[in-house]
Design a protein around this ligand. Structure first.
Ligand SMILES: Cc1ncc(C[n+]2csc(CCOP(=O)(O)OP(=O)(O)O)c2C)c(N)n1
Ligand SMILES: [Mg+2]
Length: 327
């Protein structure tokens, strides 16, 4: 981790980022164990390894800001403040979930916390984010929209269309690319014509920044800057956060397409554990304070799991409610 003293990040901000990252990690570990032991059947895309990107961005946002994310979205949803109980209930398809059990893990939506939509269509979040940002601009608010997507999504037409319009109209949007070096099973190099996603911004006269997304100080600093510029009407940023995913594209993926040793060396350099060690070493938090944060995360996740499990499934009579607009 970059030295916190150089950047001027305070204990409160660092604690917030670490607390969120820990929550994401614990939530992911529990959910994966439920799937692997056959207790839950769900389509799940683990964000393990990418926690710091989302936690650092989340700490740069206001509750009233908007966020859009993808199927690999648990980290973003928690970082934006979606309540754990409702999130878990939606993952379980229960009536108490964020979408009353009709969305499931791939479609988490919780406007009260600004998490406007989760989509499984690669690249589709960017034009949606532009629409949200345009609405904020027309309404004269200073709300910012952040859209999360992967490196693979930057090869989709919608990415390029959205970059063009956002730059042209100076929309208050941040395009946050989680570059985890792989799309479904294709490496970044095998599917992308440029070496850096951030370089693509120049084609649209947009600001492009690449950052080590696993370094909380660097990531939070870059996120704060991009958000501040968007809020001040200075236009969009394409922020490329370098990171890595630890558990395959989805649960049955064995990562055979990765380079030999790549996964092992990344796991050995776990960004959440590195952050933990740095906080102690730089005397930001003590070991007992960190253990208390970890214990709280475990107890919150247990509570949310029990809430979801005890919640009812949606009634059949609810099948069409909130699905079609009444005219
Ligand atoms: C338009 C579209 N094409 C293909 C797919 C199938 N698909 C789902 S995820 C994915 C890989 C996307 O990779 P990336 O954007 O890097 O995100 P990551 O999964 O690494 O977070 C693909 C090809 C899809 N869902 N939507
Ligand atoms: Mg990817």
């Amino acid at each position: 981790m970059t030295s916190t003293a150089d950047i001027g990040l305070g204990t409160a901000e660092l604690t917030k980022i670490f607390t969120t990252a820990t929550r994401i990690k614990v939530c992911d570990e529990k959910f994966r164990s439920l799937i692997l032991t056959g207790q839950v059947s769900a389509q799940y895309y683990s964000p393990r390894g990418q926690e710091i990107v989302s936690a650092s961005m989340g700490a740069a946002l206001r509750e009233s800001d908007y966020m859009v994310t993808t199927y690999r979205g648990l980290h973003d949803q928690l970082a934006k403040g979606v309540p754990l109980r409702e999130l878990w209930a939606e993952f379980f398809g229960r009536a108490t979930g964020t979408c009353k059990g009709k969305g499931g893990p791939m479609h988490i939506t919780h406007p009260a916390s600004g998490l406007m939509v989760t989509t499984g269509i690669v690249g589709s979040g960017l034009p949606i984010a532009n629409g949200l940002a345009l609405a904020s601009q027309l309404q004269g608010t200073d709300r910012v929209t952040v859209v999360n997507f992967g490196d693979g999504a930057t090869n989709i037409g919608a990415f390029h269309e959205a970059c063009n319009l956002a730059a042209l109209w100076k929309l208050p949007v941040v395009f946050l690319c989680h570059n985890n070096r792989y799309a479904e099973h294709t490496s970044f190099e095998d599917g992308t014509s440029v070496d850096r996603v951030a370089d693509r911004a120049a084609a649209y006269k947009m600001r492009g920044v690449r950052v080590d997304g696993n370094d909380p100080v660097a990531m939070h600093t870059a996120a704060r800057e991009a958000v501040a510029r968007a809020r001040a009407g200075e236009g969009p940023t394409l922020l490329e956060a370098m990171t890595f995913r630890f558990f395959g594209h989805q649960m049955s993926d064995q990562n055979e397409y990765m380079k030999p040793g790549e996964l092992e060396s990344e796991r050995a350099n776990d960004p959440v554990l590195r952050f933990r060690a740095a906080l102690i070493e730089q005397r930001v938090l003590t070991e007992p304070e960190i253990e208390a944060i970890e214990a709280q995360a475990k107890s919150d996740v247990k509570d949310a799991f029990e809430f979801a499990e005890a919640s009812p499934l949606p009634e059949l009579s609810e099948l069409l409610t909130d699905v079609y607009e009444e005219v």
